[in-house]
Design a protein around this ligand. Structure first.
Ligand SMILES: Nc1ncnc2c1ncn2[C@@H]1O[C@H](COP(=O)(O)OP(=O)(O)O)[C@@H](O)[C@H]1O
Ligand SMILES: [Mg+2]
Length: 351
C-alpha cells in the first residue's frame, strides 16, 4: 500500500516561489500525472516526493508516516529520469541489479529478481549488453526495470518518454501503464504532453506556476475545464470574450456579436470567457433562421487528412479555430464569408 499526502508544500529559490502551498492526495494504486508547461514546477515537486529536494514548508506523508525529512534512499521510491541516467559502464543486468546490491540482497535473490524483471520488459536476451549498445526504447525499459525491481512503494517518472521518437513514445505509454497495473503500484508521472496525460492517467493535476490549476480525471479535465488556462492547455480551446451571460429556466446562455446560444454551464465567476474547442464549432453557408449564428470570415484553411482546420475572424475582430471533418468540408477559400455556431458543449471558464 502507498498513499501519498502532500500538505501545503512550499519550495523557494531566492525570491522565486517554485512550489506554492501545494496540497494533494494520491491514492494507492493510482496512476497520477503532474501536467504543465516547462518551468511550472513539475520536476521540483517530483524530486521533493523522491527526497532529492527538501521543501521549505509543508509536509509529505507516505502511508500515514511523515517522510518530509527522510533521506531519499529510505523512502522506498523508484525513479525513472528523463535522460534515463543508466550506468554506462554496467551491463543491462548490472544496471537493473544495482538497487538490490545496494540493499545487500543475496546473489540468488538478485539473479531471480533481475531475470524475472528483464523478462517482463522483454529485455532478457539483452542482459549482457551495455547501454550504448541499446536503442532509446530499450534504454527506457532498462530504466523502468531498474526502478521497479526493488519493488518500491511509489514509482516516480519524470518525462520518461520525451527522448523517444513519436511512434515509440505511444507504444511505451502502454508498456508503462501495464507494468504499473501488474505491479499494483502507486505511480506519479510527469509530462508536458497533454495527450500522454489524458491517455495514461487515472487523475491529472494541471500545474500553473507551482500551484494546481485543476485536479481531475482525464475526462473531467478535457470535458469540464474550469479555467481558461485549463481549456487552452488541454485541447487548445478558443477563448472568446462574450457580451453577456444569462441563466433562463436553469439553462445557461451567452450572447455576443448579435447571437445568443446555450452553453454547458452557468458562469463560474464574474470574469468569464467562452471556451469553445475547434470540434465544438460548426460552420455554415448561411445565417439560418435563428439568432444562434455569428458571422465570420475565413482567414485560412489547413488540410489535415481526416479534417480541415479553419482559422476565422469574427466581425468584432476576435479570431478562432474551427475543425470541419474532411468528408463534409466545403473547401472555403480565404476571405469567404461563413456563419459560426457553437455546440452546447462549449463552456464558460474563469478568465
Ligand atoms: N536549483 C534551482 N535553482 C534555482 N531555480 C531553480 C532550480 N531548480 C528549478 N528552478 C526553477 O524552478 C522553476 C521550475 O522548475 P522545474 O521544476 O524544473 O519545472 P518543470 O519540470 O515543470 O519544467 C523553473 O523556473 C526553474 O528555473
Ligand atoms: Mg522538468
Amino acid at each position: 500500500m502507498a498513499d501519498i499526502h502532500i500538505d501545503s508544500i512550499v519550495k523557494r529559490y531566492g525570491d522565486a516561489t517554485i512550489i506554492d502551498h501545494l496540497s494533494l492526495n494520491i491514492q494507492h494504486g493510482e496512476f497520477f500525472t503532474l501536467l504543465g508547461p516547462s518551468g511550472c514546477g513539475k520536476t521540483t515537486l517530483l524530486r521533493m516526493i523522491a527526497g532529492f529536494i527538501i521543501p521549505d514548508e509543508g509536509r509529505l506523508v507516505l502511508d500515514g508516516i511523515d517522510i518530509t525529512r527522510l533521506p531519499a534512499h529510505k523512502r522506498e521510491t523508484g525513479m525513472v529520469f528523463q535522460d534515463y541516467a543508466l550506468f554506462p559502464d554496467k551491463t543491462v543486468f548490472d544496471n537493473v541489479a544495482y538497487g538490490l546490491r545496494v540493499r545487500k540482497q543475496s546473489n540468488a535473490v538478485i539473479i531471480d529478481k533481475v531475470s524475472r524483471m528483464l523478462e517482463r520488459v522483454e529485455l532478457a536476451h539483452l542482459a549482457k549488453r551495455y547501454p550504448a549498445e541499446l536503442s532509446g526504447g530499450q534504454r527506457q525499459r532498462v530504466a523502468l526495470a531498474r526502478a521497479l525491481v526493488i519493488e518500491p512503494r511509489v514509482l516516480l517518472m519524470d518525462e520518461p518518454l520525451s527522448n523517444l521518437d513519436a511512434k515509440l513514445r505511444i507504444q511505451m505509454r502502454d508498456v508503462i501503464r501495464q507494468l504499473q497495473q501488474e505491479s499494483n503500484i502507486t505511480a506519479i508521472f510527469v509530462t508536458h504532453d497533454q495527450e500522454e496525460a489524458l491517455s495514461m492517467s487515472d487523475r491529472i493535476a494541471l500545474l500553473r506556476n507551482g500551484r494546481i490549476d485543476q485536479l481531475d480525471t482525464p475526462d473531467g479535465l478535457y470535458g469540464r475545464p474550469e479555467t481558461a488556462y485549463a481549456a487552452d492547455f488541454i485541447g487548445a480551446a478558443n477563448l472568446l470574450t462574450i457580451d453577456a451571460m444569462h441563466v433562463i429556466d436553469e439553462l445557461s446562455f451567452v450572447s455576443f456579436a448579435g447571437a445568443k446560444f446555450k452553453v454547458a454551464n452557468p458562469a463560474p465567476g464574474t470574469q468569464c470567457r467562452l471556451a469553445a474547442r475547434p470540434e465544438h464549432i460548426q460552420l455554415h453557408e448561411s445565417a439560418g433562421n435563428d439568432s444562434e449564428r455569428v458571422a465570420a470570415t475565413v482567414i485560412h484553411r489547413r488540410y489535415l487528412g481526416y479534417k480541415a482546420a479553419y482559422a476565422l475572424r469574427l466581425t468584432d475582430g476576435q479570431t478562432l479555430n474551427a475543425d470541419v471533418p474532411a468528408a463534409s468540408d466545403p473547401h472555403w477559400s480565404p476571405d469567404s464569408p461563413v456563419f459560426v455556431s457553437f455546440s452546447a458543449k462549449c463552456r464558460l471558464v474563469r478568465a
